[in-house]
Design a protein. Structure first.
Ligand code: P1T
Length: 383
């Protein structure tokens, strides 16, 4: 497939990086389950020499995901955390990271517990007011790192405004686009320098594979990340790449349904007396609704809310639904429910990124909407 920019998202998902295989004509990129490749002569190879360095199944996935993010370069990793880690490896002792003040607990842990040990500094920032970034700019800052919408509070940050400030100070903006997926939001087009993903989530889409991805149009960063991908070796295997690529093909149709079902769940939550604040970027009252409407195609499939009766009831609720499975992770076709404070964001307890203990997070799946609403309603009625 050439001239990818002329095609729509769904077409790109099905065809980018996925020309029929040359030897057999296989329509689907095969799982090249090999660790190494025969070479015709010393120092010569047919494009692949060793499977940590490259694998055709991985190449197909990297080209497809890069095209979906509108990027020149795409690099896949063994997990979202491996993608995050490999980007951060480019920082040097003394460098400073600004981290948007709501983020996945694992990202917070990696930055605050692992990288600080290596002399990298960090500070959290409420980027809902981008001017704060400008006013308190630290000259050592080389990277601004944010999620939008954030995990788990669904805060929305203005990518374009933050990119402008970040670039004016000579730093790079990294956007973790896991919650939106490239179908709903394309941060590079809004000025971000790098986009990261946990492909474990919406891109894989079926809760059956772990993976990570970085997209960029910055050639220097791309070259470094490729070097690090090989040097560090946190690469996805061919079977994982195959599953992730299969998931990516249906991303658009799944996301439409995730968004539709999330709306139905939000309606229920707004009307239920046991529910306090409902956090969803598609709500008129959400502080980031206007920005979300501008930079996202729709508001997504993640919904968080506070339980009025407090932490114990929030935990009880999370354990009492039938269709919403109590589990970490998100973005799969099945609906999930969790208590971030005790589960995905436990590592942020006592930190500036601590989440409220009465918070419940839903990953709304693509089951029949009425069934999901009924499941959650009866669980809410019981608390
Ligand atoms: O789990 P892994 O594929 O390594 O991805 C890490 C990661 C990165 N960024 C965001 C925004 C994430 O949400 C995650 C993983 N999150 C969960 C497992 C979770 O339940 O929130």
């Amino acid at each position: 497939m050439t001239n990818e920019t002329e095609y729509g998202f769904e077409t790109i998902a099905l065809h980018a990086g996925q020309n029929p295989e040359q030897v057999t004509g296989a329509v689907i990129p095969p799982i090249f389950q090999t660790s190494t490749y025969a070479q015709p002569a010393v120092g010569e190879h047919l494009g692949y020499e060793y499977a940590r360095t490259g694998n055709p199944t991985r190449t197909a996935l990297e080209e497809c995901l890069a095209a979906l993010e509108g990027a020149d370069h795409g690099i896949c990793f063994a997990s979202g955390m491996a993608a995050t880690d490999t980007v951060l490896r480019r920082l040097a002792p003394g460098d400073h990271i600004v981290l948007g003040d709501d983020a996945y607990g694992g990202t917070f842990r990696l930055i605050s517990a692992i990288y600080t040990g290596g002399g990298v500094k960090w500070s959290p920032a409420d980027l809902t007011n981008p001017a704060v970034l400008d006013a308190h700019w630290n000259p050592a800052t080389t990277v601004v790192w944010l999620e939008t919408p954030t995990n788990p509070l669904l805060t929305v940050f203005d990518i374009e405004a933050i990119a402008e400030i970040t670039h004016r100070h000579g730093a790079k903006l990294v956007v973790d686009n896991t919650f939106a997926s490239p179908y709903l939001q394309q941060p590079l087009a809004l000025g971000a320098d790098l986009v990261t993903h946990s492909t474990t989530k919406y891109i894989g889409g079926h809760s059956d594979v772990v993976g990570g991805f970085v997209a960029t149009n910055d050639e220097e960063w791309a070259n470094d990340l490729r070097y690090l991908q090989n040097a560090i070796g946190a690469v996805p295997g061919p079977q994982d790449c195959f599953l992730t690529l299969r998931g990516a093909k249906t991303l658009a149709v799944r996301m439409d349904r995730h968004c539709e079902n999330a709306r139905r769940i939000v309606e229920l939550l707004l009307s239920h007396p046991a529910v306090g604040d409902v956090l969803y970027p598609g709500l008129d009252g959400h502080p980031g609704a206007q920005i979300a409407a501008r930079q996202m195609k729709a508001a997504g499939g993640m919904v968080s809310f506070r339980v009025k009766a407090g932490m114990e009831k929030a935990m009880e609720l999370a354990a009492s639904t039938k269709l919403f499975t109590l589990a970490e992770s998100l973005g799969g076709v099945e609906s999930l429910i969790e208590h971030p404070g005790a589960m995905t964001h436990l590592s942020a307890a006592g930190s500036p990124l601590e989440v409220p203990d009465d918070l419940v997070r839903l990953s709304v799946g693509i089951e029949t909407a009425d069934d999901l609403v009924e499941d959650l309603r009866s669980a809410l009625d019981r608390i």
